[in-house]
Design a protein around this ligand. Sequence first.
Ligand code: SAH
Length: 216
Amino acid sequence: MDFEKLRAEMVADLQERGIEDTAVLQAMRTVPREVFVQEDHLEYAYYNGALPLPAQQTISQPYVVALMLSALKLQPQFNVLEIGTGSGYAAAVLGQIVQQVHTVERKEALVAYANARLQQLGYTNVQVHLGDGTLGWPEAAPYEAIVVAAGGPTVPVSLRDQLGVNGRLIMPVGSYKKQKLQLVWRKKDGRFGQKTLTPVRFVPLIGSEGWADADQ
Ligand code: SAH
């Protein structure tokens, strides 16, 4: 399979759908999505939909990744926090654009899955942490941008608190299975602005400032 050609087609499709951020487009033209997809789904690596991962999780649809990262107005010097590492694909795209990425994943199997792939590709500026991402990662705060790749009932207060001045956060907020993307930004006076964007379907954000764990 000619993954390079498929990747170029995926980016052309993103542009047709209205993605304009050149840093995001360039990063998605570079990161080999096929490395992050499970081997038995390789042929769908560039299909514009979510794909299965171990532990009943999913690798997000390319268009939604592009939309979320574009909304953050990323700049090269940024320190960025991602919640929900999953495969590590979005973390790699972030790592391609910004200086430093911290990404938090609650499932140990996925921390290993993502780490193996990020190391293979040489993303030394991406740190994967095991933990409850609803609490953020205070050790490396503040962040100029935070992206949450799982849907919660509200934006966790801990995450808002770890945003720097003018920092932007994007997260799916809504019910357990259906959400809308919500953009939050911290103003100079310390208050927050917010805007609701398009409907999406993400796996649940499970943790102390998210949904309760269904497995318990
Ligand atoms: N960004 C990923 C897709 C993430 S899917 C990619 O590019 O592949 C959502 C992920 O969020 C899942 O791996 C799930 O285990 C994780 N997750 C859910 N609740 C979490 C929490 N409280 N902290 C950290 N990770 C969480």
